[in-house]
Design a protein around this ligand. Structure first.
Ligand code: FAD
Length: 506
């Protein structure tokens, strides 16, 4: 009796939370600045957008510079080089989970691209756009669309900067054309790097498609200098048509490869504990096709802090009670709510009336309305905002070559058969996102066509607390021989485990 009352309450809470997730979409407190200094621009700390690096240790830096032009950037790099200081580039939101941005040591220099945020040129004839490196993906998409052009493939979150995307090899999902990685659409970049005294301690290098060094610089983890400007090749703006189809996951191993080849913007949400896969059938259609669809991905909308606190408390309760049933039940409610709301797709920017959803690429390719923010004293926020009691998670991405991905999927299915509740925790965060990424000429890019598996899962505020149903040893192990490209980190203070950097680890 008590148990069923508890269950009913739990369902009510989840339903309220889902309702909040769907309803709140207008205003939200903007994310905090990642850099804070105790005196003007000096004696600073830097964090990421989650407010916590994998090792949970605060990163300190001597000071921060905010150049507004390439000339100012050259002066900053020159002065720091002459003074033999370590430098790192920081962006407006600093999304990377690994501690890439930390300059190491207390007197390092942070160079922010916050004010290097202008579109330099859009050229309809060559179909290119040149931007400063602090320009966000959202700006880029909007500016290109104004002149009838589009970046064909992009990450799904528009808060990333161009410099950050190149730093980390960010991508969307496609096996078509040059593939889904932003760096594979770069035709020119300008890099400011340290130099000898004879060159004034800083130099500007211009790399274009004829320079082999572009393959080194276009995914660089920020270690080859400060990217000042980037020119990207675009395409004429087009329309897309999307239908999500849910199937059981029995034949996912066979389907995964063919599906990616069949549809230009294909991806898959996989819910292994529910034995379900949701296939995104997503292709270009004629610009005459009717529809003004919009993708405002539900988890990227602003959310009521009170609802987020309820979610977090529920998760903490699951963890402390080691309540696998609760996790699995919660996962089902969340997944079905997201599916009912078509994951945030609407046919006309207002409501979802059914598939297919057809619309211009720029309105569909990427989203993140929780950044559209006016101050509301944190009544609403992005769900991972560290200033509220909200989501706090690990995020891990690994790439598996198309040639062996079937075996990997089948291995996961066998694990689920052995321990059916073991992956419900991932499904509380909408399961495993499978995206297609092509082999790249970038030295730190993909070596083979692959599927990236993105997983998000509970992280304890207590570094010593083991997680329920996740590896009894408390360790996370990589699959031997699997190519890993990661955007997050699993390591805690006590146990580095598998490190997931924004890089290829083999
Ligand atoms: C909600 C969310 C959704 C995401 N979705 C995707 C996705 O769909 N696909 C995907 O691939 N990734 C995704 N990511 C992760 C993403 O790839 C990286 O976190 C991102 O590329 C970082 O961008 P940023 O602008 O925040 O850069 P930062 O994290 O601030 O910087 C990343 C690295 O690049 C360096 N850097 C930045 N600018 C420059 C510059 N001008 N010159 C030299 N070095 C520079 C920094 O020093 C740092 O080493 C997502 C992240 C979040 C938070």
């Amino acid at each position: 009796m008590l148990q069923s009352e508890g269950k009913t309450k739990f369902h009510e809470l989840l339903l309220w939370e889902c309702l909040f997730l769907l309803v709140v979409s207008v205003s939200c407190t903007p994310p905090a600045e990642p850099v804070e200094c105790s005196t003007k621009d000096s004696n600073c700390t830097i964090t990421n957008s989650y407010g916590m690096f994998p090792d949970r240790v605060i990163c300190r830096a001597g000071n921060v510079a905010y150049p507004t032009t390439e000339q100012e950037l050259v002066s900053v790099v020159s002065a720091a080089t002459e003074a033999r200081r370590k430098m790192k580039v920081v962006t407006r939101f600093s999304h990377s989970i690994p501690k890439l941005v930390c300059p190491d040591g207390h007197d390092g220099l942070l160079i922010s691209t916050k004010n290097l945020n202008r579109v330099v040129k859009t050229d309809g004839t060559t179909m290119t756009i040149t931007v400063e490196s602090g320009v966000t993906l959202r700006q880029l998409i909007n500016e290109a669309a104004k002149v009838g052009l589009a970046l064909p493939y992009a990450p799904y979150w528009w808060g990333l900067t161009v410099g950050g995307m190149l730093g980390t090899g960010a991508h969307g999902s496609s096996l078509w054309g040059k593939g889904s990685s932003v760096h594979d659409h770069v035709v020119e970049m300008r890099l400011v790097s340290p130099a000898g005294a004879d060159e004034g301690y800083a130099k500007v290098t211009v790399l274009n498609e004829r320079d082999k060094d572009l393959d080194a610089a276009k995914v660089s983890l920020g270690v080859l200098g400060v990217i000042s400007q980037v020119t990207l090749k675009l395409q004429p703006l087009f329309k897309r048509s999307i239908t999500y189809v849910t199937k059981d996951d029995n034949d996912l191993g066979d389907e995964a490869v063919t599906f990616g080849k069949l549809h230009e913007f294909a991806d898959i949400f996989w819910y292994p504990s529910q034995r379900k896969a949701v296939y995104r059938i997503d292709d270009r259609v004629s610009t005459d096709a009717s529809g003004d669809g919009l993708y405002d991905f539900t988890p990227f909308r602003s959310t009521l802090s009170a609802a987020l606190a309820v979610t977090r408390s529920t998760e903490e309760a699951h963890e402390s009670l080691r309540d696998g049933n609760g996790k699995c039940l919660g996962a089902k409610v969340i997944v079905s709510t997201l599916q009912t709301a078509a994951y945030g797709l609407t046919n006309n920017g207002v409501i979802f009336t059914g598939y297919p959803v057809t619309g211009f690429h720029n309105r569909i390719q990427s989203s993140g309305t929780c950044l559209d923010s006016r101050e509301d004293s944190l009544i609403t926020a992005c769900s991972w905002d560290p200033r509220i009691k909200g989501e706090f998670y690990h995020q891990t991405t690994f790439s598996i070559s198309l040639s062996v991905v079937k075996s990997f999927i089948e291995d996961v299915q066998k694990l689920v058969a052995m321990e059916p509740q073991s992956l419900c925790g991932l499904e509380l965060y909408n399961g495993i996102l499978m995206r297609y990424v092509k082999a790249s000429t970038a030295y730190l890019g993909k070596q083979e066509d692959a599927i990236d598996f993105d997983i998000t899962y509970y992280r304890s505020k207590d570094p010593m607390a083991p997680e329920a149903l996740r590896g009894h040893s408390g360790r996370d192990r990589a699959n031997g021989g699997v190519q890993i490209r990661c955007v997050a980190a699993l390591g805690e203070e006590s146990e580095p485990g598998v490190r997931w950097g924004d890089t290829e680890v083999q």
